[in-house]
Design a protein around this ligand. Structure first.
Ligand SMILES: Nc1nc2c(c(=O)[nH]1)N[C@H]1C(S)=C(S)[C@@H](COP(=O)(O)O)O[C@H]1N2
Ligand SMILES: [Mo]
Length: 580
């Protein structure tokens, strides 16, 4: 039996159901702590912040209420409110009511956002820290959901992940970023599609006048509305024809500022886009985009809380009839309809995590069917990013299970003198390269950003040999589509089989795809993948196989492992493509 068949045979089929004892190497569940925020060198816990915020917040609100009530006794303020009652000439009234399309878009939006938010928080829990520096240096994060990174031992990014309660995170368990991403990205597309239809119909009809002011007089009207609410003498409900100034500003912000910002800060985190836009350096780097993405989440949570509170605090039956039935009356039918919608949403909410853990493969395949075309599109952007020496990260997270086989340890102790990289499969000239032979090929250096699927990034200078040069020597046959990179390291898990990943042959011809044997000007260290590690700058970190043992060219990868194209794809339900 040749060594290549042996390697393929060692791959394990994945499970079609998440087994907590086995999943992600069977790491025990470790729950996220309540958020902590850093001010200077001190960490503030949620509890401390709440202890400070709740009394001061309450006092402030009471203060404002008293102030507003007093202000309203003043003749000038009285006249001001008469002049600017809350509704007025900042937008024409809409006489068409709330059409079905608008109501449908509203509820569909609310429904998908529940899951987008939950899977988004799950993605955050996979690397539970937020930074402003592109290198993600531990200790420099401003927000975290777990304690400090231990300094006395190697601490992998996977170990850093935390679990969430299953009703909150989607699907809740530790290091389930692969599954969370399918939810997040497929529903993002539904949300975007819904948003586009909504925008088109909004501006194709008079409905845009509901949420887009046409005059600055909205500002005094909004101030007046705020005063009226604060004085607890509410403005009269006007929503059927025209929202008041404060409402309109809130809805305008949610629809035209926060939503585009959510989409933009999300997409800026993709390697294919971030590299194009050079986002590994400067104050607006990818980690700042990730932090801003989190602020948009905070905005939406606050908005939803305020919006729902006001629906019920002002004129609930009428408000619900507007948005459920499209009628302007105070009957109970809208409330009944809402109760049914709420029940359905609550059931879906509760079922989402258990079903995801029961049918992870289905989630993976369905997600791929929904977002695959977008991945294809993003990969075609083929960015080439080069950073400078000053951008190199002082700290670089590590991931993965070190190889422990006697064969590897022997190579390591001999400094890979007798190591041979086997390149085989569907090639005209199968070849075994010694490190010396590889070093004799043209060396390419590149300073690039590694994007881990978990959320951290790091910039390093990689030196190595272009895959294009290796391919020129082994000459893949026509029709060969992929290269399989086998590692000396095992994937996470008990008896999980070797780590491996497949790459498209077009990607291997990209000028920046190399097998690196140097990192930051030094020989590549063992934790980062000695003797060779892949760099394919179009894709996320998990595709950058470390401790490369062999490369095999194939026409298809469905016969390998679970047939998903790589270890994480097989075992942790990642996507074969990872341009985002
Ligand atoms: N053999 C092997 N290669 C691997 C992994 C692994 O678990 N095993 N982890 C990947 C992941 S998830 C990332 S983000 C990068 C991290 O590279 P680094 O440890 O050098 O930072 O390596 C990738 N290569
Ligand atoms: Mo990763």
């Amino acid at each position: 039996m040749s060594s290549k068949t042996t390697l393929a045979d060692q791959l394990k089929p994945g499970r079609n159901r998440v087994d907590l004892q086995e999943f992600a190497g069977g790491m025990p569940q470790e729950s996220a702590i309540l958020p902590e925020i850093r001010f200077g060198q001190t960490w503030w816990t949620t509890l401390q912040i709440l202890k400070l915020m709740v009394p001061t917040g309450l006092l402030t609100v009471i203060g404002f209420v008293l102030l507003a009530r007093w202000l309203r006794t003043l003749p000038t303020v009285h006249d001001f409110i008469l002049k600017y009652p809350g509704t007025g000439d900042f937008s024409p009234p809409v006489h068409e009511g709330f059409p079905l399309w608008l109501r449908t878009a509203h509820w569909l939006n609310a429904f998908v956002m529940m899951f987008i938010i939950r899977s988004g928080i799950q993605i955050l829990a996979d690397h539970p820290r937020l930074y402003l520096d592109p290198g993600c240096t531990p200790g420099r994060e401003w927000f975290r959901l777990r304690g400090s990174v231990p300094k006395d031992r190697e601490w992998t990014a996977k170990e850093d992940s935390v679990s969430l309660p299953g009703w909150l995170g989607l699907p809740g368990i530790r290091h389930s970023v692969g599954l969370a991403r399918w939810w997040h990205f497929s529903l993002d597309l539904v949300w975007l599609g819904n948003g586009i239809v909504f925008f088109a119909l909004l501006f194709g009809t008079h409905q845009w006048h509901r949420i887009v002011p046409v005059s600055w007089s909205i500002l005094p009207h909004a101030l007046s509305t705020a005063l009226q609410y604060l004085s607890l003498d509410f403005p009269s409900p006007s929503g059927w024809l025209q929202y008041n100034g404060l409402q309109m500003l809130a809805y305008f912000t949610a629809v035209f500022i926060a939503s585009p910002l959510a989409a933009i800060t999300g997409i800026l985190q993709a390697p294919s886009i971030a590299a194009r836009l050079h986002l590994a350096t400067g104050w607006f780097n990818r980690q700042v985009a990730r932090s801003l993405h989190f602020f948009v989440l905070l905005f939406f949570l606050t908005f939803v809380a305020g919006h729902v509170f006001m629906v019920f605090a002002t004129d609930p039956l009428t408000n619900l009839n507007h948005m459920i039935r499209g009628m302007d009356d105070a009957s109970w039918s809208g409330a009944l309809g809402f109760a049914l919608l709420f029940l359905g949403a609550a059931l879906a909410w509760l079922a989402a995590s258990p079903l995801t853990l029961r049918y992870p493969r289905k989630v993976q395949h369905l997600g791929r069917a929904i977002v695959g075309w977008a991945y294809d599109f993003m990969e075609k952007m083929r960015p080439v990013a080069q950073y400078s020496e000053k951008d190199i990260s002082p700290y670089f997270w590590v991931n993965g299970t070190h190889p422990k086989s006697p064969e590897f340890l022997c190579h390591l102790s001999e400094h890979f003198k007798n190591y041979r990289l086997s390149v085989s499969g569907e090639v005209e000239r199968p070849t075994e390269f010694s490190m010396e032979e590889l070093r004799a090929l043209p060396r390419q250096e590149q300073i690039t950003q590694n994007y881990c699927i978990q959320g951290w990034s790091g910039i390093a200078k990689w030196g190595g040999v272009r895959l294009a040069d290796i391919m020129d020597r082994v000459r893949p046959k026509t029709g060969v589509k992929y290269a399989v990179f086998y590692s000396f390291g095992m994937g996470a898990g008990h008896d999980a089989g070797p780590y491996y990943d497949c790459h498209k042959i077009e990607h291997l011809r990209h000028p920046q795809t190399i097998l690196a044997y140097q990192m930051n000007g030094q020989p590549l260290a063992e934790p980062h993948g000695a003797p060779l590690r892949l760099r394919n700058e179009l894709e996320l970190g998990y595709k950058q196989v470390k401790w490369v043992r062999a490369i095999e060219f194939v026409t298809d990868f469905r016969h390998l492992g679970a047939g998903e194209g790589g270890f994480n794809e097989d075992q942790e339900y990642y996507g074969f493509r990872a341009p985002i």
